[in-house]
Design a protein around this ligand. Structure first.
Ligand SMILES: [Zn+2]
Length: 269
Protein backbone atom coordinates (compact mmCIF):
# COMPACT_ATOMS: atom_id res chain seq x y z
CA UNK A 1 0.00 0.00 0.00
CA UNK A 2 1.28 3.46 -0.93
CA UNK A 3 2.12 5.93 1.82
CA UNK A 4 -0.55 8.55 2.13
CA UNK A 5 0.48 12.13 1.50
CA UNK A 6 -1.67 14.69 3.26
CA UNK A 7 -1.50 18.40 2.70
CA UNK A 8 -3.28 21.32 4.30
CA UNK A 9 -4.63 24.31 2.41
CA UNK A 10 -3.74 27.68 3.95
CA UNK A 11 -6.07 30.33 2.63
CA UNK A 12 -5.33 34.04 2.63
CA UNK A 13 -6.94 37.25 1.51
CA UNK A 14 -4.96 40.38 2.13
CA UNK A 15 -5.46 43.99 1.13
CA UNK A 16 -2.01 45.36 0.37
CA UNK A 17 -3.27 48.95 0.30
CA UNK A 18 -3.29 48.64 4.11
CA UNK A 19 0.11 48.89 5.74
CA UNK A 20 -0.14 45.94 8.12
CA UNK A 21 -1.65 43.58 5.52
CA UNK A 22 0.92 44.67 2.95
CA UNK A 23 3.68 43.80 5.42
CA UNK A 24 2.06 40.45 6.17
CA UNK A 25 1.75 39.68 2.46
CA UNK A 26 5.36 40.60 1.68
CA UNK A 27 6.58 38.45 4.55
CA UNK A 28 4.47 35.55 3.38
CA UNK A 29 5.75 35.88 -0.17
CA UNK A 30 9.37 36.04 0.94
CA UNK A 31 8.94 33.02 3.21
CA UNK A 32 7.21 30.87 0.58
CA UNK A 33 9.79 31.68 -2.07
CA UNK A 34 12.57 30.85 0.37
CA UNK A 35 10.90 27.50 1.04
CA UNK A 36 10.90 26.72 -2.68
CA UNK A 37 7.27 27.44 -3.54
CA UNK A 38 6.60 28.68 -7.04
CA UNK A 39 3.60 30.96 -7.37
CA UNK A 40 0.95 30.10 -9.92
CA UNK A 41 -1.18 33.18 -10.38
CA UNK A 42 -3.97 33.49 -12.89
CA UNK A 43 -7.15 35.30 -13.76
CA UNK A 44 -10.01 33.13 -12.64
CA UNK A 45 -12.38 32.02 -15.37
CA UNK A 46 -15.06 30.91 -12.92
CA UNK A 47 -17.87 33.07 -11.61
CA UNK A 48 -17.52 34.99 -8.36
CA UNK A 49 -19.99 32.65 -6.60
CA UNK A 50 -18.13 29.54 -7.79
CA UNK A 51 -14.85 30.99 -6.59
CA UNK A 52 -16.24 31.88 -3.17
CA UNK A 53 -17.65 28.36 -2.87
CA UNK A 54 -14.35 26.81 -3.94
CA UNK A 55 -12.34 28.77 -1.39
CA UNK A 56 -14.89 27.93 1.31
CA UNK A 57 -14.66 24.25 0.40
CA UNK A 58 -10.88 24.03 0.60
CA UNK A 59 -10.09 26.70 3.18
CA UNK A 60 -7.81 25.33 5.92
CA UNK A 61 -8.76 21.76 5.11
CA UNK A 62 -6.52 18.74 4.82
CA UNK A 63 -6.56 16.59 1.69
CA UNK A 64 -4.94 13.38 0.64
CA UNK A 65 -2.87 13.69 -2.54
CA UNK A 66 -3.72 11.40 -5.43
CA UNK A 67 -0.30 10.04 -6.34
CA UNK A 68 -1.38 8.22 -9.49
CA UNK A 69 -0.17 11.10 -11.60
CA UNK A 70 2.40 13.57 -10.39
CA UNK A 71 2.62 17.21 -11.51
CA UNK A 72 5.46 19.59 -10.75
CA UNK A 73 3.44 22.45 -9.20
CA UNK A 74 -0.02 21.02 -8.61
CA UNK A 75 -1.81 17.81 -7.67
CA UNK A 76 -5.15 16.06 -7.58
CA UNK A 77 -6.77 15.16 -4.31
CA UNK A 78 -8.24 11.76 -3.60
CA UNK A 79 -11.97 11.37 -4.05
CA UNK A 80 -14.00 11.26 -0.84
CA UNK A 81 -17.67 10.77 -0.03
CA UNK A 82 -18.29 14.51 0.02
CA UNK A 83 -16.32 15.58 -3.07
CA UNK A 84 -14.97 14.08 -6.25
CA UNK A 85 -11.46 15.44 -5.78
CA UNK A 86 -9.87 18.82 -6.45
CA UNK A 87 -7.01 20.03 -8.58
CA UNK A 88 -4.95 22.11 -6.19
CA UNK A 89 -1.73 24.05 -6.66
CA UNK A 90 1.19 24.23 -4.26
CA UNK A 91 0.71 27.98 -4.22
CA UNK A 92 -2.06 29.67 -6.12
CA UNK A 93 -3.21 33.25 -6.25
CA UNK A 94 -5.98 35.05 -8.09
CA UNK A 95 -5.24 38.05 -10.27
CA UNK A 96 -7.87 40.73 -9.71
CA UNK A 97 -8.40 44.08 -11.44
CA UNK A 98 -7.80 45.58 -8.01
CA UNK A 99 -4.13 44.72 -7.70
CA UNK A 100 -4.14 45.43 -3.97
CA UNK A 101 -6.26 42.38 -3.20
CA UNK A 102 -4.21 39.22 -2.87
CA UNK A 103 -6.35 36.12 -2.47
CA UNK A 104 -5.10 32.59 -2.71
CA UNK A 105 -3.71 29.64 -0.83
CA UNK A 106 -0.59 27.63 -0.31
CA UNK A 107 -0.33 24.05 0.85
CA UNK A 108 1.72 22.92 3.77
CA UNK A 109 2.86 19.38 4.31
CA UNK A 110 4.02 19.02 0.71
CA UNK A 111 7.54 17.82 1.62
CA UNK A 112 6.62 14.19 0.95
CA UNK A 113 5.04 15.19 -2.34
CA UNK A 114 8.18 17.10 -3.32
CA UNK A 115 10.23 14.03 -2.44
CA UNK A 116 8.00 11.93 -4.65
CA UNK A 117 8.36 14.48 -7.45
CA UNK A 118 12.11 14.10 -7.29
CA UNK A 119 11.75 10.35 -7.64
CA UNK A 120 9.22 10.53 -10.48
CA UNK A 121 10.42 10.60 -14.05
CA UNK A 122 8.40 11.16 -17.17
CA UNK A 123 8.62 10.78 -20.90
CA UNK A 124 8.55 14.17 -22.60
CA UNK A 125 6.88 12.66 -25.64
CA UNK A 126 3.94 10.65 -24.29
CA UNK A 127 3.86 11.81 -20.65
CA UNK A 128 4.10 8.32 -19.16
CA UNK A 129 5.53 8.41 -15.67
CA UNK A 130 8.08 6.11 -14.07
CA UNK A 131 9.17 5.80 -10.45
CA UNK A 132 12.79 5.39 -11.42
CA UNK A 133 15.10 6.67 -14.09
CA UNK A 134 14.75 3.99 -16.71
CA UNK A 135 16.76 5.94 -19.27
CA UNK A 136 14.18 6.28 -21.98
CA UNK A 137 10.46 5.55 -22.36
CA UNK A 138 9.82 2.08 -23.67
CA UNK A 139 6.13 2.50 -24.30
CA UNK A 140 6.19 4.92 -27.22
CA UNK A 141 9.40 3.92 -29.00
CA UNK A 142 7.41 1.88 -31.51
CA UNK A 143 4.81 4.61 -32.16
CA UNK A 144 4.22 5.05 -35.86
CA UNK A 145 3.93 8.81 -35.30
CA UNK A 146 7.33 9.16 -33.64
CA UNK A 147 9.76 10.95 -35.95
CA UNK A 148 13.50 10.55 -35.75
CA UNK A 149 13.96 14.20 -34.74
CA UNK A 150 11.65 13.66 -31.73
CA UNK A 151 13.42 10.67 -30.20
CA UNK A 152 15.36 12.74 -27.67
CA UNK A 153 12.00 13.53 -26.04
CA UNK A 154 11.80 9.91 -24.90
CA UNK A 155 14.75 10.31 -22.56
CA UNK A 156 12.95 10.46 -19.22
CA UNK A 157 13.47 13.45 -16.93
CA UNK A 158 12.48 14.32 -13.38
CA UNK A 159 9.01 15.82 -13.09
CA UNK A 160 10.27 18.87 -11.26
CA UNK A 161 13.13 19.64 -13.61
CA UNK A 162 12.76 21.78 -16.67
CA UNK A 163 13.11 19.79 -19.84
CA UNK A 164 16.28 20.58 -21.72
CA UNK A 165 16.56 19.75 -25.37
CA UNK A 166 19.11 17.01 -25.51
CA UNK A 167 20.69 15.23 -28.39
CA UNK A 168 19.60 11.69 -29.03
CA UNK A 169 22.14 9.16 -27.86
CA UNK A 170 23.49 6.72 -30.43
CA UNK A 171 22.22 3.78 -28.36
CA UNK A 172 18.66 5.16 -28.35
CA UNK A 173 18.75 5.89 -32.07
CA UNK A 174 19.89 2.31 -32.69
CA UNK A 175 17.09 0.95 -30.49
CA UNK A 176 14.58 3.25 -32.25
CA UNK A 177 15.59 1.94 -35.68
CA UNK A 178 15.39 -1.65 -34.45
CA UNK A 179 11.97 -1.28 -32.80
CA UNK A 180 10.53 0.78 -35.67
CA UNK A 181 11.70 -1.81 -38.20
CA UNK A 182 9.95 -4.56 -36.23
CA UNK A 183 6.78 -2.43 -35.95
CA UNK A 184 6.85 -1.66 -39.68
CA UNK A 185 7.30 -5.33 -40.57
CA UNK A 186 4.45 -6.31 -38.25
CA UNK A 187 2.20 -3.73 -39.89
CA UNK A 188 3.27 -4.88 -43.33
CA UNK A 189 2.49 -8.50 -42.46
CA UNK A 190 -0.95 -7.46 -41.20
CA UNK A 191 -1.69 -5.49 -44.36
CA UNK A 192 -0.53 -8.41 -46.53
CA UNK A 193 -2.93 -10.72 -44.73
CA UNK A 194 -5.74 -8.16 -45.00
CA UNK A 195 -5.13 -7.70 -48.72
CA UNK A 196 -5.26 -11.42 -49.44
CA UNK A 197 -8.30 -11.78 -47.25
CA UNK A 198 -10.17 -9.02 -49.08
CA UNK A 199 -9.26 -10.55 -52.47
CA UNK A 200 -10.51 -13.93 -51.25
CA UNK A 201 -13.80 -12.30 -50.24
CA UNK A 202 -14.08 -10.64 -53.66
CA UNK A 203 -13.48 -13.99 -55.38
CA UNK A 204 -16.15 -15.67 -53.24
CA UNK A 205 -18.60 -12.85 -53.98
CA UNK A 206 -17.86 -13.05 -57.72
CA UNK A 207 -18.45 -16.80 -57.69
CA UNK A 208 -21.78 -16.28 -55.97
CA UNK A 209 -22.68 -13.51 -58.41
CA UNK A 210 -21.79 -15.76 -61.36
CA UNK A 211 -23.93 -18.59 -59.97
CA UNK A 212 -26.88 -16.24 -59.38
CA UNK A 213 -26.73 -14.54 -62.77
CA UNK A 214 -26.49 -17.88 -64.57
CA UNK A 215 -29.93 -18.52 -63.09
CA UNK A 216 -31.30 -15.00 -63.62
CA UNK A 217 -30.40 -15.16 -67.33
CA UNK A 218 -32.84 -18.04 -67.65
CA UNK A 219 -35.69 -15.78 -66.47
CA UNK A 220 -35.42 -13.56 -69.56
CA UNK A 221 -35.65 -10.35 -67.55
CA UNK A 222 -33.61 -7.17 -68.04
CA UNK A 223 -30.21 -8.11 -66.60
CA UNK A 224 -29.24 -4.48 -65.99
CA UNK A 225 -32.24 -4.07 -63.72
CA UNK A 226 -31.10 -6.80 -61.30
CA UNK A 227 -28.40 -6.42 -58.71
CA UNK A 228 -26.68 -8.73 -56.24
CA UNK A 229 -25.69 -7.10 -52.95
CA UNK A 230 -22.75 -8.93 -51.47
CA UNK A 231 -22.91 -7.07 -48.14
CA UNK A 232 -26.17 -8.79 -47.20
CA UNK A 233 -26.18 -11.60 -49.77
CA UNK A 234 -29.43 -10.47 -51.38
CA UNK A 235 -30.82 -9.96 -54.89
CA UNK A 236 -32.88 -6.94 -55.90
CA UNK A 237 -35.09 -6.89 -59.04
CA UNK A 238 -35.98 -3.46 -60.41
CA UNK A 239 -33.21 -1.53 -58.62
CA UNK A 240 -32.79 0.86 -61.60
CA UNK A 241 -36.33 1.00 -62.98
CA UNK A 242 -39.27 -0.04 -60.76
CA UNK A 243 -41.17 -3.10 -62.01
CA UNK A 244 -44.86 -3.48 -62.77
CA UNK A 245 -46.86 -5.74 -60.41
CA UNK A 246 -47.47 -8.22 -63.25
CA UNK A 247 -43.71 -8.42 -63.96
CA UNK A 248 -43.04 -9.06 -60.28
CA UNK A 249 -45.61 -11.88 -60.21
CA UNK A 250 -43.99 -13.55 -63.24
CA UNK A 251 -40.50 -13.32 -61.70
CA UNK A 252 -41.75 -14.65 -58.35
CA UNK A 253 -43.27 -17.64 -60.07
CA UNK A 254 -40.04 -18.38 -61.97
CA UNK A 255 -37.91 -18.05 -58.84
CA UNK A 256 -40.03 -20.72 -57.13
CA UNK A 257 -38.72 -23.19 -59.68
CA UNK A 258 -35.07 -22.20 -59.19
CA UNK A 259 -33.41 -24.13 -56.39
CA UNK A 260 -30.46 -21.70 -56.47
CA UNK A 261 -32.36 -18.38 -56.35
CA UNK A 262 -34.67 -19.67 -53.61
CA UNK A 263 -31.66 -19.69 -51.25
CA UNK A 264 -31.31 -15.88 -51.35
CA UNK A 265 -33.22 -13.00 -49.89
CA UNK A 266 -35.03 -11.41 -52.84
CA UNK A 267 -36.53 -7.94 -52.98
CA UNK A 268 -38.48 -6.03 -55.69
CA UNK A 269 -38.56 -2.32 -56.39
ZN1 LIG B 1 6.83 7.79 -23.96
Amino acid sequence: MKNQIKVTVNYYRLDTSKVDQCKEYNELKTRLKKEGYKLFDSISMTSYDAKVKFFNDIRNKTFEVDTNYIFDNQFNTVKTESHSGYRLFDWKEEIYPNKSIKEGYFCTGIEALNELRQKTYHCNYCGKQYNENIGYCKSCLNSQYLEENQIHLLEVTEIGKKYKNTKTSKALLKEYNKVQKIARLKKLEESKAQKLDSIKKDIAASKTKYKIFKEIIKLNVSIDNVIYYKHNDSICFGWRTPLQITEIEIIKKSIKDSTILKQYKITFE
